[in-house]
Design a protein. Structure first.
Length: 141
C-alpha cells in the first residue's frame, strides 16, 4: 500500500499529471510522468542533512503516483489484481523519481494476462523512457 502522501486521490490531480506529463507506452502500461517545474530529469534528488535534522521531516515534496485500470482490462477481480500488482511495483520505484514528480500508470487490456515479471519490465522501460529527454533520445539515433 502506498502512503497517503504518495497517492493521487482527485481527478484534477490525475488530469494535471496527464496533461503536463510526458506519455510513454511500453507493452501493457502507459506512463504519464510529470517531473515538475524545477525537477532534475537525470535522477533522484539526493540531499545531505545535518545530524541534528536527521529525524525531521523533509521539506521537499514527495513523489506521488496514481493508477488507471479501466473496465477494458477485465472484471472487478482482474482490475483489482492488476492495480495491486502495479501499486506494488511503483512503491518499489517511487524513491528513484525526483522529489515532487507525479506519476500516472494506465494499464492496457493486455495487462490482465501479463505475468508480474512482464509488468515490471514494461514499467521499468516506460519510466526510463519518460525520464530521458527527447533531444537525448533523438541524438542517439
Amino acid at each position: 500500500m502506498l502512503a497517503t502522501s504518495h497517492r493521487l486521490r482527485h481527478s484534477s490531480e490525475f488530469a494535471a499529471a496527464m496533461r503536463a506529463g510526458r506519455r510513454v507506452n511500453r507493452g501493457s502500461v502507459v506512463v504519464h510522468l510529470d517531473l515538475g517545474p524545477d525537477a532534475d530529469r537525470s535522477g533522484p534528488i539526493v540531499t545531505t542533512k545535518p545530524a541534528r535534522d536527521a529525524g525531521a521531516e523533509s521539506s521537499a515534496p514527495a513523489s506521488r503516483a496514481g493508477f488507471v485500470v479501466s473496465k477494458a482490462v477485465g472484471g472487478a477481480v482482474v482490475r483489482n489484481l492488476v492495480r495491486r500488482r502495479l501499486r506494488h511495483l511503483v512503491r518499489e520505484r517511487l524513491d528513484t523519481l525526483p522529489a515532487g514528480s507525479t506519476l500516472v500508470v494506465r494499464a492496457l487490456p493486455s495487462a490482465a494476462e501479463a505475468p508480474y515479471g512482464r509488468l515490471a519490465a514494461d514499467l521499468d522501460a516506460a519510466l526510463t523512457a519518460a525520464r530521458t529527454s527527447r533531444r537525448t533520445s533523438r541524438q542517439r539515433r
